[in-house]
Design a protein around this ligand. Sequence first.
Ligand SMILES: Cc1ncc(COP(=O)(O)O)c(C=O)c1O
Length: 395
Amino acid sequence: MTAKREGEYLSFTMRSMVNASLQQGKDVIDFTIGNPDLPMPSAMLETLVNEINHPDNHRYPEGESRGIRAFREAAAVMYDRRYGVRLDPDRELIGLIGSKEGARYLSLALLKPGDVVILCNPGYPTYEPCAELTGADIYFTPLLEGNGYLPDLGQIPEEVFHRTKLMIVNYPNNPIGAAADVPFYTRLIELAKRYEFIVCNDNAYGELYYEDPPASILSVPGALECAVELTSLSKTYNICGWRIGMIAGHADTVAKVLDLKQYTDAGMFTPFQKAAAAAMLQEDGYLDWLRSVYRARRDLLVEGLRELGFTAASPRAGMFIWAKPPYKGSSWDISRMLLEQCSIACNPGSGYGSYGEGFLRFSLCVTEERIKEAIARMKQIKDDAHVKSDYIPVG
Ligand SMILES: Cc1ncc(COP(=O)(O)O)c(C=O)c1O
């Protein structure tokens, strides 16, 4: 399978395009980045404000790169409560300055030239460049609707598995919104054990679900022998700017990541870690409220897009709608057209890989009022006799 990356990081490109439109005075409705517009839990903010007033909390954090003990303990409590997974906060879990850095450290820790890393197409655009740094070969496995947007593990050749040292999956999935369950993770763990590779699930959207709560890969028996999971607090608590995440699971891999991190950073800002710990220990209905906001946005956007002729599945989880537009042209063409003609910004599916061509990704970080406005604007395209010929509605 061929490489899928096109140019610079997709979010950078989209942000530049949105900024250029804003500078022209356009009223852009921005569905590009999963950058939440909602408040964090009040206890989290209160803890941050209290902790920031202590001069000691402005020193290098206790625990340095691994994270303060209170953060790691709270994360272990959260894993037990949410997923039924028991973790040793000293050996099986460390903090990350945003889960995004986890992909880089895992690649650097586990891959060398001649090894294989298995990634999914479409996929979150961070994994591929991280793997490329190591000189390892990348094998892309497609995520297809017919297989529930899970990799078809039976299609991956045995000789690929023999050379594989790392496989990264991402459920709940960005950009598609698919979720994975225990039978899939069980099969993955069996393969990882048989062929002796590490499997990582990027669980950045684990708390954003609208049907049954998705499982953690670590809940599969034996997972702690060969699997790790990345968790982000960015979307769970609406704190993308704080940069708080973690890697948990296989102790030896966690230690390898820490080996690299200790020479690079000194850990997350202590008040952020203490506030994150407070949020993870709290069970106050905040996450139910958060899910209800996204569920309402999801339903509104999916319905509106379908009325316009898009093919859009209602995602089981995550923060995005993955939709096939009713216009001719590549996904880049259509994304540019929507920005030019109705100041609606959304990501082209091909930015996530060749199997994303033909789709657009809409983030749910837009209010219901603005979603309605966006649908009304897009209706004009369909009804407008003067649209550019490249962008005429299909059918
Ligand atoms: C799949 C996936 N992993 C990781 C991240 C990054 O999360 P963080 O803010 O913790 O670095 C994102 C953010 O968009 C994501 O979509």
